[in-house]
Write a protein that binds this ligand. Structure first.
Ligand code: SF4
Ligand code: SF4
Length: 374
């Protein structure tokens, strides 16, 4: 049976976070997993350079509280991450600094990984993807702690502990995986293969300030006030989905994990605060969320309606500054920069929404035709 601990947290205050992490680790028996001398690698979500208030990255105060607990057990802490876009020591140093991680790490005696080495490995239990290139510390750590951010996600609907591990693949190799698995279902299966290969010992979700709407980077910060902890990343994502009223079975990687017997939703035990006490009934979904009214149309109209309502990325030229980050992240190179403006060739677009995710100006919209506007 998988256990998930939910702590209600009103704010990112050091004393509250230390208490919540201590309680969760004690209740779930996680302290014993961390032994003196171990090298513990923490994987936060630092998808892009962002301030913690924006609800995009794992708040440095949460990572600090977890790292302090690890150090109190006599282990060392290394924080490693690979955001989207190019992955180099200079970029990582700048990202860590901008996200508030450099100061936090210095204050707490943690190390930041900036060497940016990676290597190819096989995933023996894989069902969809058997080869991955992984950032080195995730292959040599004595123990991995995955600290995700609770967010909506344009392609996967929800981003939590499982999706966060996509950041163990170095920067520009992520678009390659999007290219190999352009459809949602195989992509979701690949994420489960990756999660099984990384096998974090402890998974945590920072949902104190979450992101609703067009996540994982273009949505709005939303106070949810929850910190979730579990040994099982699928069970943790399942429970956090329920808090924000997302049906976990609509999240393809979770339904696939259930099929593979990696967790049983009906057997999850929730400890600490209840899901009901944390409910956010009106959490906004991404514009790309599936269109359920198609089922109500006559069968012969559904293919056309489905085509018309399929969400697509749209770049408003007047707001584009021509930085090229979207083109860099596009797995099928269907974005070109002309006269300092990005332009999408829709014929090749696989609708992965990496451009939406990686635009630092957050201007890439997700649009679909409305049947009612025809
Ligand atoms: S990342 Fe955003 S601002 Fe930069 S070129 Fe692309 S759409 Fe324009
Ligand atoms: S244009 Fe955007 S959504 Fe389309 S394939 Fe490129 S990155 Fe993905």
């Amino acid at each position: 049976m998988a256990c998930v601990y939910l702590a209600q947290c009103a704010e990112y205050r050091t004393d509250l976070l230390d208490a919540a992490v201590a309680e969760a680790f004690e209740v779930l028996g996680l302290d014993e997993k961390i032994q003196p001398g171990m090298r513990v690698v923490i994987k936060p979500n630092l998808i892009m350079r962002s301030k913690s208030e924006a609800g995009i990255i794992t708040h440095p105060a949460v990572t600090a509280a977890v790292g302090r607990r690890v150090k109190a057990r006599g282990a060392s802490v290394l924080i490693a991450e690979s955001p989207g876009g190019p992955y180099s020591p200079g970029i990582m140093k700048s990202n860590f600094a901008h996200c508030g991680y450099t100061a936090m790490a210095q204050e707490n005696g943690f190390e930041l990984y900036t060497a940016c080495a990676s290597r190819e490995v096989t995933a023996p239990k894989a069902q969809r993807c058997r080869q991955f290139t992984i950032v080195e510390p995730f292959l040599t750590a004595d123990l991995i702690i995955d600290i995700a951010k609770l967010k909506t996600h344009g392609m996967m609907l929800f981003s939590g502990a499982v999706k966060n591990l996509f950041g163990t693949v170095p920067g520009l190799l992520k678009p390659e995986l999007h290219c190999r698995f352009p459809e949602k279902q195989p992509f979701a299966e690949m994420l489960v293969d990756l999660c099984e290969r990384i096998a974090p010992t402890i998974s945590i979700i920072d949902g104190i300030t979450a992101m609703e709407g067009n996540g994982p980077t273009g949505g709005s910060p939303r106070f949810v006030g929850v910190l979730g902890v579990s040994e099982n990343p699928y069970a943790l994502d399942d429970v956090c989905c329920r808090v924000v009223r997302i049906d976990p079975q609509d999240v393809l990687y979770l339904s696939h994990a259930v099929e593979r017997g990696l967790y049983r939703p009906q057997e999850i035990e929730t400890l600490g605060a209840s899901v009901q006490s944390l409910y956010v009934p009106d959490f906004k979904m991404p514009d790309s969320a599936s269109v359920d009214f198609l089922d109500r149309l006559p069968r012969f109209l559904r293919p056309m309606a489905s085509k018309l309502t399929t969400p697509r990325p749209y770049i408003p030229k007047s707001k584009c500054v021509g930085c090229g980050k979207c083109a860099e992240s596009c797995p099928v190179q269907t974005i070109t920069i002309r006269n300092h403006k990005a332009q999408i060739d829709p014929s090749k677009c696989i609708r992965c929404f990496c451009c939406h995710e990686m635009c630092p100006q957050h201007i890439v919209e997700i649009r679909r035709f409305s049947l009612f506007n025809l």
